[in-house]
Design a protein around this ligand. Structure first.
Ligand SMILES: Cc1cc2nc3c(=O)[nH]c(=O)nc-3n(C[C@H](O)[C@H](O)[C@H](O)COP(=O)(O)OP(=O)(O)OC[C@H]3O[C@@H](n4cnc5c(N)ncnc54)[C@H](O)[C@@H]3O)c2cc1C
Length: 508
């Protein structure tokens, strides 16, 4: 029987970081319901050459066969560069090719969501959902090697304390062992491998290789079906859901789908001849991302071997010391030049990179339809460094990385600064270097934001405003990014989103 035949109670669109958790939770709580999970990508075989091996992360992240191939429009703030906006297309979504870093994010950021009207989303409310995810995803805390020991020594005189566990401490400020979603056996954990796996839930039908193209609404603006294309046969199908359709297509895919379905800014839809189902000006607006900047130093001696995709330490601090210790907006990750995929010339391999990742940036971008063809990528304009204060924070990041790299605590390692290099000294020179080299952290969020204001796309219950039986449950609902990477927050959103669906179910 075709996986599309018969009626489904729930259809989940996208088997990524959020979609797999949502599907597993609903399938387990509702054993008598029929649930369908649709995904454009395929399963990753157990013998895949790179995906499961954490040390090969850089190669995985660059593997075009695993992803959608999005690019931004030319970024004025980045010297006109077009930025590759990687997004996985696979069962497991971006958990298949991300750096596996696990950071819940500071409590302050979630509390702000609640203060802005998202009742039920303050840190105390959401903590049980992080814990639920952590019961199923194994977190490996990195082992401390000799370089990291010296890094801790280097941070001390800079006023950066040692924080043993940034996720469970009251605040993340400090230098810590990094935490990764890596199994006890040393393999990548994905939301698909840990929550689903093929055939584990009898009431869940997983259809990979299927692109969803549009939500179908009835005259009452109820979401009743999904129009989709089987990518293997190009057959078009319409699949019906009797209860709810749950969009989990990520911060690019979810606004794209809503716009194609007539949910979005009225003028944009009318210009393309798309009938307006719900005029929501916020769909595709409020695009947020973190940027990283780079410092690189040659090492005097061989770097320790690296069993992870990044080095095993992280530094959280702030561009504004008055916000410490509770609010951090810089997360420095590190890499060794010996790591596979960096492809450095032999004389540069014994080296270390410090990558300050600037968070809570103020610039906001957009995602708009290029056409009504679902196969055509949307126009993505992150507007990096559009907000003037963002460049100042990136300059702070480069100076911080330099201060760490040159610090006496790392004297046994430091040989020479390669990047930005001795010629880059004044703020104007650092700014030019940033505009030439800063890059995305792939932490896209906010394009279907949750809230109670006019720009909100979903309510705090994640229901799409002006429609019925339709929710968005993924990174796109994040109203303002938090201090941290986005995967943990997205998985938490999925766990809580499933509870919201189940609560509605009990009340009907
Ligand atoms: C290279 C890279 C490295 C990263 N590293 C980290 C890290 O180390 N730690 C961290 O916390 N975060 C990291 N992130 C970010 C993090 O992985 C994402 O924020 C998170 O996975 C987003 O989850 P999601 O469920 O919202 O979207 P996704 O995981 O992208 O899931 C969306 C799914 O929907 C599918 N889909 C979309 N549109 C359609 C369509 N029309 N038809 C069918 N299927 C569709 C996609 O194929 C995908 O599987 C990284 C991201 C990238 C790209």
């Amino acid at each position: 029987m075709s996986p599309f035949e018969g009626a489904f109670d729930y259809i989940i669109l996208g088997a990524g970081s959020a979609g797999c958790i949502l599907a597993a939770t609903l399938a387990e709580a509702l054993p008598d319901d029929r649930i369908l999970l649709l995904e454009a990508g395929d399963d990753i075989p157990p013998h895949h050459e790179t995906v499961w091996d954490p040390t090969r992360w850089v190669l995985v992240s660059r593997d075009r066969t695993l992803e959608w191939g999005y690019r931004s429009v030319a970024q004025t703030g980045l010297h006109g560069r077009e930025i590759q906006l990687r997004r996985a297309k696979a069962l497991g979504g971006c958990s298949v090719h991300n750096a596996m870093v696990y950071v819940r994010g500071g409590a302050y950021g979630f509390d702000r969501w609640a203060q802005e009207g998202c009742v039920g989303w303050n840190y105390d409310n959401i903590l049980p959902y992080f814990e639920r995810v952590e019961e199923r995803m194994h977190i490996t805390q990195a082992a401390v090697d000799p370089f990291i020991e010296d890094l801790v020594v280097a941070c001390n005189p800079m006023g950066i304390p040692y924080t043993p566990n940034y996720n469970t401490s009251p605040h993340a400020f400090g230098v810590s062992p990094f935490q990764f979603l890596i199994s006890q056996g040393g393999q990548r954990e994905t939301t698909f491998s840990n929550f689903l796996g093929t055939g584990r839930h009898k009431n869940l039908h997983i259809a990979s290789g299927v692109r969803f193209d549009r939500i179908v609404f009835d005259g009452e603006r109820r979401a009743v079906a999904v129009a989709a294309t089987d990518l293997r046969t190009q057959r078009q199908v319409e699949i019906h859901a009797s209860r709810e359709i749950l969009i989990a297509a990520g911060a690019i895919g979810s606004p794209h789908l809503l716009l194609l379905s007539g949910v979005g800014p009225e003028n944009q839809l009318r210009d393309l001849g798309i009938p307006v189902v719900s005029a929501l000006p916020g769909v595709g607006e409020n695009f947020q991302d973190d940027l990283f900047v780079t410092a690189m130093f040659l090492s005097r001696k061989p770097m320790p071997p690296q069993p992870y995709g990044l080095m095993g330490a992280v530094i959280f601090t702030s561009t504004d010391p008055s916000t410490l210790p509770y609010l951090t907006d810089v997360e420095c990750s590190l890499a060794s030049g010996t790591m596979e995929g960096l492809e450095l010339p032999p004389d540069k391999r014994q080296s270390y990179f410090i990558y300050p990742n600037l968070q809570l940036l103020r610039s906001r971008g957009t995602i708009k339809l290029a056409s009504t063809n679902p196969a055509e990528h949307p126009i993505i304009d992150p507007r990096y460094l559009n907000a003037p204060e963002d460049i100042q924070r990136c300059i702070f990041g480069v100076k911080l990385a330099r201060d760490i790299g040159h610090n006496r605590g790392l004297a046994d390692w430091f040989a020479e600064e390669i990047l930005p290099g001795p010629r880059v000294q004044t703020d104007a020179e650092i700014e030019a270097y940033i505009r030439q080299t800063a890059d995305t952290c792939y932490h896209y969020a906010g394009t279907c934001k949750m809230g109670v204001d006019d720009m909100a796309v979903v309510t705090p219950n994640l229901e799409v405003r002006g429609t019925e039986r339709l929710r968005v449950v993924d990174a796109s609902i994040i109203p303002t990014t938090v201090s941290g990477n986005t995967a943990a927050a997205t998985m938490m959103i999925a766990a809580k989103g499933a509870d919201l669906v189940l609560a509605s179910r009990r009340s009907t």
